[in-house]
Structure formats: C-alpha cells, structure tokens
Design a protein around this ligand. Sequence first.
Ligand SMILES: C[S@@+](CC[C@H](N)C(=O)[O-])C[C@H]1O[C@@H](n2cnc3c(N)ncnc32)[C@H](O)[C@@H]1O
Length: 454
Amino acid sequence: MWRRICVELETTPTHLQWLAPFTCSTGPDGALQRNKQRGAKKNKIRKTGESKRHPCPAVLEHFDQQYSEELGDLWARARAVLLDPPSWQYGVMLNRFSSVTDITQILLSQGFSSLLSQADVPELSRNDASTVSNSTHQKGADTLSHPCSSKCRPEDFRLLPCITSHPLGQPRRSELPLRLPRSSLQCYIHPRPLRFPSQAHRPGQLKQYYLLNAASLLPVLALQVRDGDTVLDLCSAPGGKAVAIMQSATPALLCCNEPDPHRRAWLAKTLESFLPPSLSSRVMVSAQDGRSFGKSEAGFYDKVLVDAPCSNDRSWLHSSCRHQGQQRLEDRAKLPVLQTQLLRSAISAVRPGGVVVYSTCTLSSLENCAVVEAVLNDFPGAEVESLWEEIALPLSKYFAFISRPGHKRLDAKPSPCPPTDAPSCSHDKLGILVVPQPGKTWGPMFLSRIRKKG
Ligand SMILES: C[S@@+](CC[C@H](N)C(=O)[O-])C[C@H]1O[C@@H](n2cnc3c(N)ncnc32)[C@H](O)[C@@H]1O
C-alpha cells in the first residue's frame, strides 16, 4: 500500500517537495500573503485593520434570500458579522514542533486565553447536560427562532445557550464527565477582534503558530486522530487542518490530497513551514481527484477528513466584482454534487469501524445536512455520530452553535431522513453548525461525523 501511495504521488518538481530545503517566503495562513513584510515582527497585537470591503450585491441578495428562509432571525446577526471584517476574531494555533517557547506567555499577557484548555470547560455529567439544555430551552433564554424547510417550524431552532458555570453543583462522580476530547492541540483566542501578527518564514526555523478561524479546529477535534492512525485529508490545501491534525497526534500516515497544482504548492509550503523533516515518512502529499480514493484506496484509512470545496460564505460575500460573484453563484449550484461524490469516496476509503468527518465553511443547508443525508441513504452501514455533547456543549461558551430542541436526546441514534427536495436542516442529527454572531464571530462551520459500521 505504501508503495502504491508513493507511486500515486505526483512526480513533484522540487518546489513542491515539502521536505526540500526551506526556501519559501510566503505563509499558509493567508495573512502572510497579504502582508508582504519580511522577517518576523515583534509579537504585538493589533486590531484586525481589515480595510473596508464591499459586499458583492448579487451574492448578498442570494444569501439574504436563502438564509433568511433557512435561518430566520439568526441570519440578520450572522449577516452583520459577515459584512463587518473588522469584527472577525482570529485564533492562534501553536506549533508543538517549534522549539521557540515564549509565545504562550506573550499571548496570555496580551489577553488571549486557551480555547481547548480543560480547565474552563464546565464538568457536567451526561444527565446534567441534558437537563441544562432542556431547561434552558424551556425558559427560552438566549434563543432566536428561525424558519427552515417544510419539515421544521421556525420556533424549532435556537442558539445553544452559553454554559458558563455548573448549574447543578458538583457532577455525580459515577457518570462520565462532559469534556472535550483529549488533544495536544493548542489554540489561543481573544474575546475581541485582535489579530496576532503573522510570521514570515525563516530558513531552518519552523513557524511558531498558525492564524485561523478557530471554528476550523472543530472538524479536527471531531476526527479524534490517535497516534498510529492512518489518516486521509482528502481536500487538503492550504493545509491548516493537516497542521492541526499533526498537532493533535502522531499518525502512522497522513496523506494530504490536493488536485489543484497551485493550491498543492501552497499546501507543500505549509507543511514545510510547520513540520520537522523527521516526520517526512509519515506525511505525504497526493494529487488525486478526491473522488477516486473510494476505489483506489478502498477500506484503507482509519480516519478521513473531507473539508469539502464549498461556497465559503465569508470570502464569497466579498467577491471582487459582479462577474466573479455571478460565477460563484453558478458554481454554488454545482457544489452539492461534487461534495456528495467526495463524501461517498471518503466513506469507501475508510475501513469498517473507521470515521469520516465532513465539513464546510458555508451556512448553506444544501451543502451541509442535505449532502450528509443524501450519502447516508446510499450507505446503510454508515451512521452519524452526535457531536453535541462532545463538542457543541463544552465549547458553547465560545462558539454559537444552533440546535433544535426536542431532537437532542443524548442517547438518540441518528437515523437517515427520507429523501426530500427541501433540506431538513437537522443540524443536531446530521451534524453541528457554527453560526457567526456578534461577539462570537467564529464560523460559518458545519461538521458531521460518520462512522462506518464494523
Ligand atoms: C475548503 S478547501 C480545504 C481547506 C483545507 N482543508 C485547510 O484546512 O486548509 C477545499 C479544497 O478542496 C480542493 N478540491 C476541489 N475539488 C477537489 C476534488 N475533486 N478532490 C479533492 N479536493 C478538491 C480545493 O482545491 C480546495 O483546496
């Protein structure tokens, strides 16, 4: 199998071989692309300073139509965030392979705090968590109703309220505590939209951190990579989640796949900037169409991440001109077909008992729950696992997740919904959705975890 993978790797020109000597001067996190500055700046935070960007009228009109129908009042607040780049927050994911260690102190002294520390996550038992959600929903606190498809009534949808303290005293010792999965992944966030400076590449030195939308880490947490796993990152460029996977654990193999040559070059640079050469035998770059893995590598992987090509609401809203906006809207209509094919391929590529995480950075239910629903219909041996108590509840202090009360039984087995023209939007059944809101501007991010039965 190793041989086969190696052969399938592109016969790479030297600039694509990520273990080639460090020569790149551009970074993976986009910010560096914009900041052409050379040399690392002093670690000084600044306001995001995003210049005023104008939304593309055609895309905004399309979003208004679709999302006010799907999300109701929730859309007005998400819209306000998406239209206001200076309000966007940035996460700082630390690089555990960098030998420079002063960064945590600097972040803490500047008001950043650890997103994934276990310390500030309330320790709730499963029963308590259920009680908290139900009782808060009954009270109607911090809720926003939003209409969706014909299957859902507007009042069915609410924001998951913040859980900031344990409402019922100490959890019962005998019950499993509600905690984030253990991970060596470290990310620091600030309550305000302050951005840490991006780092230029320094030859021979790994970057210390990666700037990102912290919601991007949720699919990686959901993937639960363990040491020794064989992992496929099916749509990998520019490589933020691949780097996060390598922060979480040491897989036996991480295959990073990206068919687009320019984006693959960017991916290669990211890997080169964040991973030491000693990991070269474990991390590989592949150039296939992701739809082919289901046949070429059937049943090989323990874990597959499908961070699918999607509408990317944040960036598409700010399309540079009307023509680009129109083109993207045309592409948007075709995406669910590609996404469905990629997810099918991923499920075929995973071994029985293995898991696939499907994620997008759009709010569109057609690219989210409708894709998962369609694929589940083809794979009776696959089932969605709830991410509610594992991810949404522990992190509700930081992210605005939406929920549908009454469908949140923590022990409920999700079942595929009957095929329908209208998406069902059962985010709690088919996945979880982070909706940007003022003060919690992370997202959009949809994620769903599917296990292939053994
Ligand atoms: C949302 S981006 C992935 C972001 C990446 N996972 C990260 O965290 O940095 C989706 C990627 O899928 C790639 N893509 C498009 N069509 C694909 C296909 N048929 N197979 C695999 N990847 C594809 C795109 O070129 C793009 O780089």
